[in-house]
Design a protein around this ligand. Structure first.
Ligand code: SAM
Length: 263
């Protein structure tokens, strides 16, 4: 049997485990558990983002779009937004760029993509954004085909983060930038205790009343606590081949914007 690079990425070793929130689960089971969460919340996902973050996710996403910095001209610029769900990042980058800016939203979850397609149609962006059902660990795209690869609040859900980072690097053109927005570690005394109180109490309660699923939002809070600290994540980005790697904390470290380049 010929072993493709992609097969190598996705084959779990027997007995391998990973975090699913605060639980340890077999690595091979995590994706299905994550998929159940996003099947369950897809329709209420965008509303929940606004409610949970008090609208702050918009400012965090704006910081990401500013860093993507698509050309205002007609010059072609191709964005790949991984775990792009309902299309938020793609819509914002297209709005910020000129006529040559286009985006591909790749997500493993058909329900999230369906919401995204409907939103793109409402905005008249069907031609500028493509939606592709794909696993970030094994992308169906050619080497060196994108000017920028983004992933917002997605990477901590991917079971094999190293594989996804390797794929992001592979599909980036030399000179292209990888940007990752992810919840991080609050480092402001006082804010950390408040943040814990809010996360473990208010968010699951909101999840129950708005999205009808407290467990999904408990997972969200727990998975944030299990995500590698910025330094450890920077080391993973470097191991994937990205260079000039760094991170910028936003809102006291609630979120970090991680960046790396394919040189
Ligand atoms: N990026 C969007 C945003 O910021 O609004 C959506 C983020 S949502 C919290 C996480 C997304 O990651 C979900 O749409 C989920 O389906 C997707 N996801 C989880 N595992 C994935 C994988 N292995 N490959 C691609 N997408 C994945």
């Amino acid at each position: 049997m010929v072993l493709l690079k992609k097969d190598y990425f996705v084959m779990p070793r027997p007995g391998e485990e990973t975090d699913f929130g605060f639980r340890r689960v077999p690595l091979a089971d995590k994706q299905a558990l994550v998929d159940d969460i996003f099947h369950s919340v897809a329709r209420r996902y965008d509303l929940m983002n606004d409610l949970m973050s008090g609208g702050l996710h918009r400012a965090w996403k704006s910081a990401l779009v500013t860093a993507v910095n698509p050309p205002r001209s007609e010059r072609a610029f191709a964005l790949l937004d991984l775990a792009g769900g309902t299309g938020d990042i793609a819509f914002r980058v297209i709005g910020a760029g000129g006529a040559g800016t286009g985006a591909t939203v790749a997500d493993i979850n058909a329900e999230m993509l369906a919401v995204g397609r409907a939103r793109a149609a409402e905005r008249g962006l069907d031609d500028a954004v493509g939606f592709v059902e794909a696993n970030a660990e094994a992308l169906p795209f050619a080497d060196r085909s994108y000017d920028a690869v983004t992933i917002a609040f997605g990477i901590r859900n991917v079971p094999r983060i190293a594989a996804a980072l390797g794929e992001a690097h592979r599909v980036l053109r030399p000179g292209g930038r990888f940007l990752c927005l992810e919840f991080s570690t609050v480092d402001v005394p006082g804010l950390d205790a408040l943040y814990d109180l809010y996360s473990f109490n208010v968010i699951p309660a909101l999840g129950r009343s708005v999205a009808g699923d407290a467990e999904a939002y408990r997972y969200l809070v727990e998975s944030i606590r299990r995500f590698p600290k910025p330094r450890a994540f920077a080391a993973m980005m470097t191991a994937a081949g990205l260079r000039r790697v760094g991170a910028r904390p936003l809102t006291g470290g609630i979120v970090a914007l991680h960046s790396g380049w394919r040189l």
